[in-house]
Design a protein. Structure first.
Length: 335
């Protein structure tokens, strides 16, 4: 969804199985055996042990195709990568994998980590329950579980930060990088627009209907003026997400990981795989300068600025251009 902006971390033991069909992971080991529970509308839904936790994931397409791992933003669940978007990417020759990050959806919740004091975190008095590096290792652990040696890595917002971290931390596992409306962690970049800061500071109400209205209003404020805002689709996906898993404490722990991220700009100079940076010109949360900064940091990166796009993937509107750009990028990366 959205972002915030180097600190220590402590290891947390994985939670025990919380729902039927989940894999129980002991200690810090991963069994690397994906546990397939069901099929829905032509794609596979499963849970895998990875990096000492369990991760809910879904796949689209032929596993023999080029793997494309999609990493969502803050508080996003795998369903925020829309089914139609995933099918479009699959139809263009990708084995698409979307998943719930830790502390979101049906993946492991780190409730034993408590609720971080973000003020103390900002003052450097405390560290986060986990870091973006831990989340990057989760994603690579999922690739291990699926027996995927290399994949194209695509992340949006916080997911873009994680994707960049994978490129730095696990260079042998990545075919190409796609970073969408994200940032290098460079603290000299412009902040979100003041009105967005006020919105993001306001706590989301826990009641279902109030929460859905809050999120629809927030997504509308984050959307750019260049595309029609699909309120019906946004309400639908927000309702699905609330019904599927509501974890406000998990979101705060993800915010803590974002707040304590390192500045990756210098490290990104070591990235040698092809990189595509996509950013909206009207992003009120992660301003366009962050996209330019990311592209400048990665040697040979291609920058795609989408006029009128905000901090969202406009339902339907910008999808064809983004899908075609990703397809052309991944095809070129393996040519």
């Amino acid at each position: 969804m959205f972002f915030f902006t180097s600190g220590s971390h402590k290891a947390l033991t994985p939670l025990p199985k919380t729902r039927p069909g989940a894999i129980l992971v002991f200690g810090n080991s991963s069994f690397f055996l994906p546990h397939v529970r069901r099929r829905q509308r032509g794609f596979r839904v499963a849970k895998a042990a990875a990096n000492g936790i369990h991760i809910e994931y879904e796949t689209f397409g032929d596993s023999a195709a080029q793997s494309l791992l999609l990493i969502g933003g803050l508080a996003d669940q795998l369903i925020h990568w829309d089914d139609g978007l995933c099918r479009d990417l699959s139809d263009r020759g990708h084995y698409v994998i979307r998943f719930d990050s830790r502390d979101a959806g049906f993946s492991t919740k780190f409730d034993q980590g408590g609720v971080p004091d973000l003020g103390a975190l900002a003052r450097g008095e405390k560290g986060p329950p986990y870091t973006l590096e831990d989340m990057a290792d989760d994603a690579v652990g999922l690739l291990d579980a699926l027996d995927i040696r290399k994949a194209h890595i695509c992340g949006a917002s916080m997911g873009g930060m994680i994707a960049q971290t994978i490129a730095i931390r696990h260079p042998s596992r990545i075919l190409s990088l796609i970073s969408i409306y994200s940032t290098t962690g460079n603290r000299d970049l412009p902040p979100p627009k003041p009105e967005m800061v006020e919105r993001l500071r306001a706590p989301a109400p826990p009641e279902r209907e109030a929460y859905i209205k809050y999120m629809v209003d927030l997504f509308k404020a984050m959307a750019g003026p260049g595309f029609v805002f699909d309120e019906a689709w946004t309400r639908m996906i927000t309702t699905r997400a609330y019904n599927r898993s509501f974890s406000p404490q998990g979101t705060i722990r993800q915010i803590a990981a974002i707040m304590t991220q390192t500045d990756r700009k210098q490290a990104l100079a070591s990235v040698t795989v092809p990189a595509l940076v996509i950013h909206g010109t009207d992003d009120p949360v992660v301003p366009m300068e962050a996209g330019k900064d990311t592209a400048e940091a990665i040697p040979g990166a291609q920058l795609m600025l989408i006029e009128g796009m905000g901090h969202d993937l406009p339902h339907g509107g910008a999808w064809p251009r983004i899908v075609e750009a990703i397809a052309a990028h991944t095809l070129g990366a393996i040519a």
